[in-house]
Design a protein around this ligand. Structure first.
Ligand SMILES: [Zn+2]
Length: 254
């Protein structure tokens, strides 16, 4: 019996094999810089239960790095260790010097201060807002690497959607401190040119806000080790898909 395969299927199969062979080659390593947002000295947002954002960023970064390091195709660099302080300008210089294929800055979100309300937990008065939830992705809308950055964010948004997560739309709302510009309102991708790193990094760049820490239910999810692993798995799958796309583009050019 003669097996006839449609041309489209043959192209997909060839691409998949090309990605596999790239995975075996050190020369084709895809360098990913993971940049856990903030530092112990300036820890970012404070969660509804009083935990600093930097702790969440470090945990998610470690989970993503662990998953990426299982694949020999990837070389993983992390800008800052869990106890280290590294100012933003030094981060940018370090990242550009590493000349990576992708930069992923990892953060957790808050809301504008006027939405916060007080609540008491274990005798401590803390701030929360259950009004908003979900992840957000910020990429440069201008510059040479804008299209590749958006492509990376698109794969990440789709991967996060596949594991049942929703994106936050409040950054685009006409509220003081927000009114951010959508790049893809169906996927939670915003123009991030107002961010120092998005303007300064000379490589494909995505800033990932994994969820809203001041939302009490969302904080529970973001603290759960199984959920962190699941989210890291979705991000790594999207980076793997991106590496395959880059490899396919390179082979098309060669
Ligand atoms: Zn942050």
């Amino acid at each position: 019996m003669q097996l006839k395969l449609p041309i489209k299927f043959i192209v997909i199969l060839t691409t998949w094999l090309a990605c596999l062979s790239a995975a075996e080659s050190r020369a084709a390593q895809f360098t990913v810089v993971l940049d856990p947002g903030h530092s112990p000295k300036s820890p970012g947002a404070i969660s509804a239960r009083g935990v600093p954002e930097v702790d969440f960023n470090d945990k998610l970064t470690a989970a993503i790095a662990k998953e990426l390091n299982k694949d020999p195709r990837f070389k993983v660099e992390i800008t800052r260790g869990p106890k280290k302080n590294l100012p933003l300008k030094k981060r940018a210089r370090l990242i550009n010097a590493l000349d990576p294929d992708l930069v992923l800055s990892i953060h957790h979100d808050s809301v504008q201060p006027h939405f916060l309300k007080p609540w008491e937990l274990d005798g401590q008065i803390l701030s929360y807002s259950d009004r908003f939830s979900g992840f957000s992705l910020f990429v440069p809308a201008k510059g040479y690497y804008a299209p590749l950055s958006k492509r990376a964010a698109t794969l990440m948004a789709d991967g996060l959607h596949e594991i049942g997560l929703s994106f936050a739309s409040y950054h685009a709302q006409a509220i003081p401190g927000e009114s951010r510009k959508w790049l893809d309102s169906a996927r939670g991708i915003y123009a991030g040119d107002f961010l120092y790193l998005a303007r300064t990094i000379k490589r494909p760049f995505v800033l990932f806000e994994a969820g809203v820490l001041v939302n009490r239910a969302e904080e529970e999810r973001l603290s759960d080790s199984k959920q962190i692993k699941k989210m890291a798995g979705a991000i790594v799958k999207s980076i793997r898909d991106l590496a395959c796309q880059f490899e396919r583009d390179r082979r098309t050019r060669d």
